[in-house]
Design a protein around this ligand. Structure first.
Ligand SMILES: Cc1ncc(COP(=O)(O)O)c(C=O)c1O
Length: 466
């Protein structure tokens, strides 16, 4: 393909230069060369402006991450102060810095399980890579080297690194990348709308899924299964909220075989589901936890893995044999990222952001449910300040559109035109506004989405009849 042919932007423009130089992550590259990029120029609160001065309401918190919105002066000040004081300091070989220590202390006090140690990274993917490596390391150290396999779920999203991408249960993250690696297994998603059998109740559905998890464990050999990883609510896989009773059923199976539960709170953590952590909303009892994104409201990149004391103790004991604990990143415990994350968590407390998000979540969910009457909408689902709107060809049967029509992308284009940022996950439109959103702004969000849905309906009806 001659990429230049598709570059309709004026030479020298950022759009044109982007198309010449950038390799975009998680993008349909061929489509990008036809449509060009959206150049985000500045942002404040819950609004963002492109390079043509067009204003958008941020309906996706960037990538589910800008919890406190944009341009928060207090976080900018803390970053600047820390840059002046200590712009970098490693945490390898016995060095440390105050912001990392205080952040580790704060996180341990916040989480809903008995966490003892905090390991810092920079992204959700590297944190889940760390999770997999710690699980392997731990089982080797306690004399169970055969216990290595990790089970995740179809439609789960855990990043794109080698372990993270293997844990992810979406085909486009595997094909041509030679993933998943051996030892990464997938079980069903609690996607009741699409996966329930005819007439199956939510409770029977949960029983079937926990039964099929147990069957997988039996087939593989329970002594080979180390861990199960799950997002409380599956985000990038389509905003899939598990039916009530799902996690307690899954947990019973894991407990029966002594399998560790890794709670991936990268999207759900810090107020998104109406509670501090998604685990509390869906009744999950984590053994370890991954956090990122809203940990710093995306002002700077930082992630963390929290593990219990019994996993840390053998690691200390192993020092006599292995010497160095051989895992870590140059920027693990970066003082500026840690200082910003710490202040971000303090601001969340001082401003009672979780309570605000819970209250706004109720308003948001009411408006979301009202979309169920729209002729394009097959299913609406969500909890707190996250939602998914699944667009279908036939509301009665749930028949999906041909994927080649790109209905989700069409709807995103109309939302952009209306001044609303959303993300299509196939034909499910994801919504995840900053936690600071107000009632009036929720009203504005759904007003714009209504317009986008109506225009999508017109365009798709034309395309299908023509
Ligand atoms: C649940 C979950 N885990 C992990 C990740 C990966 O995070 P990152 O993109 O920072 O590597 C994401 C990203 O969206 C996520 O949603």
């Amino acid at each position: 393909m001659d990429k230049a042919l598709h570059n309709r932007f004026s030479p020298g423009s950022i759009e044109s230069r982007d198309l010449q130089h950038m390799l975009h992550p998680i993008t349909n590259l061929e489509l990008l060369h036809r449509t060009g990029p959206l150049v985000q120029e500045r942002a404040s609160g819950v609004y963002l402006w492109d390079n043509n001065g067009k204003q958008y309401l941020e309906g996706m918190a960037g990538l589910w991450c800008t919890a406190l919105g944009y341009g928060e002066e207090e976080l900018i000040r803390v970053a600047e102060d820390q840059l002046r004081k200590l712009s970098y300091g490693p945490t390898f070989v016995g060095k440390t810095n105050e912001p990392s220590v205080l952040l580790a202390e704060k996180l341990k006090a916040m989480v809903s399980f008995d966490a003892d140690r905090v390991f810092f990274g920079l992204s959700g993917s590297d944190a889940n890579e760390t999770q997999a490596k710690l699980i392997w390391y731990y089982h080797n150290l306690i004399g169970q080297p055969e216990r290595k396999k990790i089970i995740s779920r179809l439609r789960g999203y855990h990043g794109t690194s080698l372990a993270g991408g293997s844990l992810t249960g979406l085909p486009q993250f595997h094909s041509h990348f030679d993933l998943p690696l051996p030892g990464f297994l997938h079980t069903e998603s609690p996607y009741y709308y699409r996966q329930a059998l005819d007439g199956e109740s939510e409770s029977d559905f949960c029983d079937r899924l926990s039964g099929s998890l147990e069957a997988l464990i039996q087939r593989e050999g329970p002594e080979t299964i180390a861990a199960f990883i799950a997002e409380p609510v599956q985000g990038a896989g389509g905003v899939i909220v598990p039916p009530e009773g799902y996690f307690p059923r899954i947990q019973a199976v894991l407990d029966k075989y002594g399998i560790i539960l890794i709670d991936d709170e990268v999207i759900c953590g810090f107020g998104r589901t109406g509670r501090a952590f998604g685990a509390q909303t869906v009744d999950m009892r984590p053994t370890t936890m991954t956090v990122a994104k809203a940990l710093s409201s995306a002002y700077l990149p930082i992630s963390a893995v929290l593990v219990p004391e019994y996993m840390y103790e053998p690691m200390i004991e192993a020092s006599g044999e292995v010497g160095t604990f051989g895992h870590g990143f140059t920027y693990s415990g970066h003082p500026v990222c840690a200082a910003v994350a710490l202040r971000n968590l303090e601001l969340m407390e001082e401003r009672e952001i979780f309570a605000h998000a819970a209250a706004m979540g109720e308003v948001f969910q009411r408006r979301l449910r009202a979309l169920a009457d729209h002729p394009l909408v097959g299913d609406v689902r969500g909890v707190g300040l996250m939602g998914g709107v699944e667009l279908v060809e036939d509301r009665q049967t749930g028949k999906p559109f041909e994927s080649s029509l790109g209905v989700g992308l069409i709807c995103m284009e109309h939302a952009h035109e209306a001044g609303l940022l959303v993300r299509p996950l196939g034909d499910t439109i994801a919504l995840c506004p900053p936690l600071i959103i107000t009632v009036d702004q929720i009203d504005e969000l759904f007003g714009k989405l209504d317009t986008a849905l109506d225009k999508t309906l017109d365009q798709v009806s034309d395309q299908m009849s023509g």
